[in-house]
Design a protein around this ligand. Sequence first.
Ligand code: UGA
Length: 433
Amino acid sequence: MKIAMIGSGYVGLVSGACFADFGHMVVCVDKDADKIARLNDHIMPIYEPGLAGLVKNNVDAGRLHFSTDLAASVKGCDAVFIAVGTPSRRGDGHADLSYVYAASEELAGAIDPKTVVVTKSTVPVGTGDEVERIIREANPAIEFAVVSNPEFLREGAAIGDFKRPDRIVVGSNEEWAKDVMRAVYRPLFLNESPIIFTSRRSSELIKYAANAFLATKITFINEMADLCEKLGADVQDVSRGIGLDNRIGSKFLHAGPGYGGSCFPKDTLALLKTAQDNETPVRIVSAVVEANDLRKRAMGRKVIAALGGEARGKKVALLGLTFKPNTDDMRDAPSIAIVQTLLDAGAHISAHDPEGMAEAANILPQVTMAHSAYDAAAGADAVAIVTEWDAYRALDLAQLRAAMRGDALIDMRNIYNVAQAEAAGFKYVSVGR
Ligand code: UGA
């Protein structure tokens, strides 16, 4: 199959490289000429484990190409994927679809007959209808189909998620377009990954419903964690005790500082907007959004409480700034609100992150970046583990403690146990234990 991927960001690049690895011929397109030039030199625009090697192998094998020329790239393709960003629109939280519609207009005049145009970007219900209208208006004579095919990739584990998906969702009512999608994903159902065919609108909603449900699960366990702290219970035991029930499932039940990233915050908000516009409230999702927002600053206050209630002039070291491990992505990371809360209270902040410091330095210029966790902790009154990078799972706690002036360790990801931390001389605070 011949595939064009419009948008070489996170989703487009990972999906394009994986499709090429299946043996398809793929061209990844982006307007950003610098990004395309760097990709041609095998320099990745994002940090994602395994991506650089996958891109290089498939470029070397002649199956993966990069281009800034959209019109030339979509010529002769069986499927053209739209994988551009759909950020929150400033001011109202709706998904900003301007990049999706611009790509649709541009490809409309350039595709060959019988091309399947696939929206992979996360788009509100009804966007496929609008994409179809745009293409038909620009090119009334051509036969084409617009299909929804949401992605379920987690940053940091995206290649594994693409190659071993729990399911593939395809939204279309056109038989010939479904056949094209079957051929595109054929290598995956050799591994017996289920492929679900549904209507385009249902497919669009599946994506939002999945992310909102996962965000709800996290928020639920976070609130249970707060309750555990008041009641003298242990959230990790509660999580295990409910997660072993197959109807609940053990994943996404880790209490922490609140969810962040490029997806859950924007997608929950966009779902709320869709629900409001359709006068069908989704009250659970609105409670989730509010609770998660409040939680991030509450985590900052947890650090201040561990400092004895006074942060002015104190030094706090944060370990982990990205919204989760194995990414350099800082979008909506809880660390941002935590830093702000601590700065507001007069603290000085040092930090370390294995991959995110360059990006974080732009967003958090008041934070002093350190070369290692131990350097960050030097002279600190408190150390807070915000992101559970592997590098922080086996710290030499005695060495960490010795580097510090104070003795507070706030473990927002529950990676240490109480006895271990106290044995190293820490006043140890974790989440829900
Ligand atoms: C999420 C979904 O997991 C993917 O399926 C989806 O495709 C993607 O959004 C998207 O819409 O593109 P991602 O944002 O990369 O993926 O990250 P997650 O691993 O889902 O984590 C999101 C946030 O939840 C992180 O801040 C993480 O720390 C937090 N989290 C996750 C918890 O606090 N507890 C948990 O148990 C799990």
